[in-house]
Ligand binder design. Structure first.
Ligand code: MG
Length: 279
């Protein structure tokens, strides 16, 4: 018995460290099951409704993976992506991108950004579906054209679902086609546009649609923050992007490249990364 005593004592210490004030009443009796000393939490609490495997504060629930968060961008310098992000463009070159017909992407790259130059839309070599996606863009400083002809480009997720890029600073267009609209489907909740030439951010949570053969069994959903402001809160995507037609779904692969649109205006991009979404 003497030899066991220190072990019991150490368990008691670990147990008491894991309890916040006021929580002790949830434990009615000492835990009798063999408990590895570093487990922190509870073994006898109720199961969480809808989560058949886990109890409330379950000591066996695995700890989330540790990552290093990124840093915010400034007008002059892009921030650092989170440590587990897949970087699609870091400002140095277009090696991660293809142009039309799988030729190398031809957009201009200088000073840490890429710029649309009329050579056609580009696609990431990386294919992905559900994700957290970060994109920074700037409309041309020289203001030219109006409505859809001013600073038009597009972040087209999976090459099919477009979040509109447009200079919407003092530039009226149809509402479901302004900056950060789900093009042709939903205007943003507010117009959070910055002036032309200033760097703007999209932070997008995209849930890819799911198909069973030709049938959509789960539509896509998208949440968008434009310059840190919520502009879409889990919008149900109605189908592939279309101009002047109602969007419709058509089956596609689970993972597809990201497309950046060349709409003939010299829009700039920098600091593009994504993180695949787990279930
Ligand atoms: Mg566009």
């Amino acid at each position: 018995m003497k030899r066991i005593a220190p072990l019991l004592l150490s368990l008691a210490v670990v147990g008491s460290q894991s309890l916040a004030a006021g929580e002790a009443k949830n434990i009615d009796a000492p835990v009798e099951a063999p408990v590895p000393p570093k487990l922190i939490g509870y073994f006898d609490s109720e199961f969480i409704p809808g989560q058949t495997k886990w109890r409330v504060h379950d000591a066996y629930r695995p700890a989330p993976r540790i990552i290093t968060p990124g840093t915010a961008s400034t007008p002059k310098r892009p921030g650092q992506p989170p440590s587990d992000a897949i970087v699609l463009f870091d400002g140095s070159d277009l090696s991660g991108w293809s142009g039309g017909g799988d030729k190398p992407a031809q957009w201009k790259v200088e000073n840490g950004y890429m710029e649309v130059n009329g050579s056609g839309s580009i696609r990431s070599k990386e294919a992905f579906g559900s994700c957290q996606l970060h994109v920074e863009w700037a409309a041309p400083t020289v203001v030219k054209g109006d409505s859809q002809a001013r600073g038009n480009s597009g972040v087209i997720i999976m090459g099919l679902y477009e979040i509109q890029v447009l200079d919407s600073f003092n530039n009226r267009t149809y509402s479901d086609g302004q900056a950060s609209a789900v093009y042709g489907q939903y205007p943003p909740l507010v117009n959070a546009s910055r002036a032309p030439g200033q760097w703007q951010t999209f932070d997008i949570i995209f849930e890819a649609p799911k198909y069973d053969g030709d049938k959509v069994v789960k539509p896509g959903y998208v949440t968008v923050l434009h310059n840190g402001v919520l502009v879409h809160h889990r919008r149900k995507i109605l189908g592939r992007v279309a101009h002047k037609f109602a969007a419709k779904y058509a089956p596609h692969a689970d993972k597809l490249p990201l497309m950046l649109q060349d709409h003939g205006n010299p829009v700039r991009y920098r600091n593009i990364w994504f993180r695949p979404l787990g279930e």
